[in-house]
Structure formats: structure tokens, C-alpha cells
Design a protein around this ligand. Sequence first.
Ligand SMILES: [Zn+2]
Length: 193
Amino acid sequence: MEPAAWREGVPLIGDDQVYVMKRGTVYHGSWCQAVADRWASAPRGLLVAMLAEVGARTPCRECAQLVKAARATARDRHTRSGLAQQPTPADWVVPLRVVGLAHGVLFLAAGAEHRGRLRETAVEPATPLYVGGQRDGMLVRLDAGRAEPLLVVQMDPRATFRDGPYQARLRQPLQRSASKPFAVAHIERAQEA
Ligand SMILES: [Zn+2]
């Protein structure tokens, strides 16, 4: 039968097609060495068939390994491209601790394991700090140019500061052109362990 496509004279199989030799007991789901050898030596002995029609033939082992390797590569590529990766719920929360409060400005830092994430995080305008559902301050910037990146919060003058663990909830940036994959949605007090 006709292959799904041709590339530079080589027949390419579709999703439901395989390569078979005129005589043989296996079928090939990819352009493996056996297929390439047959194509080089006797191209007319290489046929394209529907997978549903191969009958008693068994899959070629080399092909199966090629497919496995291709899948692993695709998965690997997917994992390395940060934006394409589906972040896990833990990726969206950065635990913070208070490192200072001076003149109504609160400084929050993340543990070492979360600093990389903070460096991938943007601060967009009007990012609130909530305590008990109430807005007690505004995140003004992320000081990332230091060994320990700090989130800098301008506290509301009427707010009563409460010490303890805080956390940043992240979201995707509002600006589609954002250069970082995350933005701070808001900061809130964390449940004490
Ligand atoms: Zn094969």
C-alpha cells in the first residue's frame, strides 16, 4: 500500500502503518537499522502495511527500543522547557520567613530550596499581602540581586504586624510578554506547623 508520505524518496509511515519485509515474521514501527538496510539493498522488498493487517508478525525489538528512546527524549525535552512544563501544586507556593521590619517595610526571605523559584518570579503592580483575608500591605519589589533574594512589602500603616511564617502564592504573569514564568499572586500568612 501507499505510505503516509515520502521524504527524499523514502516512504514514511503514518500512525497506523508499519514497515514489513516481503518475507519475514516481524513488522517495524520505525525506520530501524533492519529497515534501512533493506531499503539500501533491496528497496522493493520493503513494504508499507497497515498495522491491523500484519497478522501473526511480531514487533521488531530494535524498533521498540527506538520508540522508547524517542519517548524518553520527548519527555526530557518537555521537562527542561520550564514554560511547557505543568507545574505541580508545590511550585505555586513559596514559604517565606520574616527577616526584618523597619519603618513599615517588611522583608521576607525564602529558604535556600526556593530561591531559584523566586528568581523566576516577577512582581507585578498591586500585589497584596493578606492577613486573615484583609489587605495589610503591598508587595513593592523582589530584591533578587543578592545571595538571599528578599520580597519587600510596604505595610499598611494601620495594620498590626504579626510575626510568623508567611508564604507567596504564585500565578502565571498577567503580561504575556513577561520574561519570567511566575508572578506573585499575593502574600499571605502560612499555617504554623
Ligand atoms: Zn525494526
